[in-house]
Design a protein around this ligand. Structure first.
Ligand code: FAD
Length: 575
């Protein structure tokens, strides 16, 4: 049942598992663990339960969500790689977590991404081949809302009957055929890829989105919805876990089967226990925050803040990895772009009215209809010349991503008052920079210090430069000759490598994919073992994007769902 706060019923019940956070990881755990009617689960979510709010459900309104009541409203520290600019760092604060806030792109990650996880953890269960049952358990391909013929837009053979309905975009855009033409006209540089969810992302193809019948799909509307009425699941919202607490010792280790919860900094604090495990799924920023507040982290850092270290795990909060975002725009010879939808309230109201009838029209669209994933040419030599080994996981993993969009896109320059635009978002997806999350204070209601270290390495700037050059090459295909008018704004003046670096540092931002802050692996650099248990503790596991040892070269909600599917299997097998 759903509880709007910590009711007497919840405080007095016995639970086998307490799951902290109802995002991608927590939604899967609560749902899969309660499939066994004898397993009692409490899921605690800091945000509210309004996951069917119009701004969440309408894919085309996703830009209203960052810095809204559904967002934790974090800001990063000044980013040296971005000329010391801090950037907004949205994270979902509602049932569904960041799956309720994200841009809905669904990508699984590549064979090499997962095989690298298997390698660094020494656990073959994380290899792509062995994860396949869990990969297939996540998504289910459904018809796009306009029911167009999708032949040639994905490979039906590699999508099974998973929990999360996905679809290709259901509203045709003028640029779509030109993008596909480009894969023929410049096939060598921009090959067509029928289905980037095959384990090999390289090439251009049609995006698959967590959109069903024109509505956003979240972990709340998929995994949780199928479990919420089970008598063995309670979900408490508007309630934060402020720390995990040790309730005794086993095998010489502290047993973290307790949590403290509160609804405000000065409100009452309640304690709860799990009979079997506490599972942290609070996401890459809050999971390390909770651990450190609980005395689990770098002993010196904790002591400096007056927190008594219980388990010295110096890597908690370290290894933060993220993808870097840059919007590059051209003036388009068209009046049929999506720009006016963001300028003209009458058009927006008409589009909303259309969406409300049956989810169709431009507001049923996610971020992009097509995209591509590419490797830097001659990667080995390119990276050696920069003094590093190729940072990608292997040949199936890209160094950068390109997202063609038929509108103006920038996180630093506002939408111009007039004009029509074509953009290619370029993103560094195999970054070398590493950041961290540290404590700002001992108050659990204060945000931690967040440093994703975006473009914190010259290698990542070099990858972004290659991505921008490739974007320029993309529009030289003959199909664009009557469509592209000119490069827009400062982009047009960035031609030499030095000018490009200035342009990149001034305009880059985050793709909102922080991961890796409580990574699994071997040795002292990894706080989790390969079964996602916090080392040096009993009864405490982490199941969210914090656990990734390396960031996948695709978007991160798919890999979080996949990781959680295997985690649920590991937990159930251990009972
Ligand atoms: C703006 C944006 C766009 C994105 N675009 C995409 C995209 O297009 N495709 C893609 O694949 N990925 C995208 N992502 C990333 C993706 O959504 C995340 O990687 C994924 O949701 C991570 O899952 P998680 O379980 O680790 O954390 P989350 O989904 O963030 O869930 C964590 C949950 O824990 C709760 N919580 C935190 N602290 C506490 C506490 N102390 N007590 C109780 N509850 C707590 C939070 O409120 C939240 O509900 C985007 C993310 C954002 C923010």
């Amino acid at each position: 049942a759903l509880h709007q706060g910590p009711t007497a019923e919840v405080l007095n019940k016995d639970y086998d598992f307490v799951v902290v956070g109802a995002g991608a990881g927590g939604g899967v755990m609560a749902s899969r663990l309660t499939e066994d009617p004898l397993t009692r689960v409490l899921l605690i979510e800091a945000g509210g339960s309004d996951f069917e709010n119009l701004n969440i459900s309408v894919p085309g309104r996703s830009s209203t969500l960052p810095m809204s009541a559904f967002d934790w409203n974090f800001t990063t520290m000044a980013q040296p790689g971005l000329n010391n600019r801090p950037v907004g760092y949205p994270r979902g604060f509602v049932l569904g977590g960041s799956t309720a806030l994200n841009q809905m792109v669904f990508s699984r990650g590549t064979k090499d991404d997962y095989d690298r996880w298997a390698n660094v953890t020494g656990d073959d269960g994380w290899s792509f081949k062995n994860l396949l049952p869990f990969i297939f358990a996540v998504d289910r391909m459904t018809a796009p809302v306009d029911h167009h013929n999708t032949t040639g837009q994905f490979n039906p053979a590699i999508h099974k009957n998973g929990v999360v309905p996905i679809s290709v975009e259901g509203f045709p855009l003028e640029i779509n055929s030109r993008v596909i033409d480009t894969t023929r006209e410049l096939a060598e540089q921009f090959p067509f890829n029928l289905d980037y969810n095959s384990g090999n992302t390289i090439g251009f193809g049609w995006t698959q989105n967590t959109i069903h019948d024109g509505h956003r799909v979240t972990s709340a509307s998929s995994y949780l919805a199928q479990a919420i009425n089970r008598p063995n699941l309670d979900v408490v919202v508007n309630t934060r876990v402020t720390k995990v607490v040790s309730v005794g010792r086993e095998q010489g280790k502290p047993v973290f089967r307790g949590v403290e919860i509160a609804q405000s900094a000065d409100g009452p604090v309640h304690s709860l226990k799990a009979k079997k495990e506490v599972i942290l799924s609070a996401g890459s920023l809050k999971t390390p925050h909770i651990l450190m507040l609980s005395g689990i982290g770098d002993a010196a850092h904790l002591t400096a803040l007056g927190i008594k270290p219980v388990v010295n795990l110096p890597a908690v909060g370290q290894n933060l990895q993220d993808h870097v975002f840059l919007g590059n725009s051209w003036v388009a010879n068209s009046t049929n772009t999506l720009d006016d939808l963001h300028r003209n309230s009458t058009l927006a109201a008409e589009a909303l009215a259309l969406w409300k009838i049956n989810g169709t029209g431009p507001l049923g669209l996610g971020a992009a209809s097509q995209f591509g994933w590419l490797r830097v040419p001659n990667a080995t030599g390119f990276f050696r010349s920069l003094g590093v080994e190729d940072p990608s996981a292997g040949e199936t993993s890209a160094h950068f991503e390109q997202i063609p969009t038929n509108a103006f896109v920038s996180k630093t320059v506002p939408l111009p008052a007039e004009g029509h635009f074509f953009s290619i978002i370029t993103a560094v997806v195999s970054p070398t920079a590493r950041g961290n999350v540290t404590l700002n204070s001992t108050n659990p209601f204060d945000a931690p210090l967040i440093n994703p270290n975006l473009l914190g390495s010259p290698v990542d700037v070099a990858i972004m430069r290659e991505a921008v050059k490739a974007a320029r090459a993309f529009v030289t295909a003959p199909t664009w000759s009557d469509y592209i008018v000119s490069e827009f704004g400062v982009f047009a003046n960035a031609t030499t490598d030095d000018e490009l670096e200035v342009y990149i540092r001034k305009n880059s931002d985050t793709v909102d994919h922080p991961v890796g802050t409580v990574a699994m692996g071997q040795g002292t650099n990894a706080p989790l073992d390969s079964q996602l248990r916090v080392k040096g503790t009993v009864g405490l596991r982490v199941v969210d994007a914090s656990a990734f040892p390396f960031i996948p070269s695709g978007h991160t909600q798919g890999p979080t769902y996949i990781l959680a599917e295997r985690a649920a299997h590991l937990v159930r097998s251990s009972l």
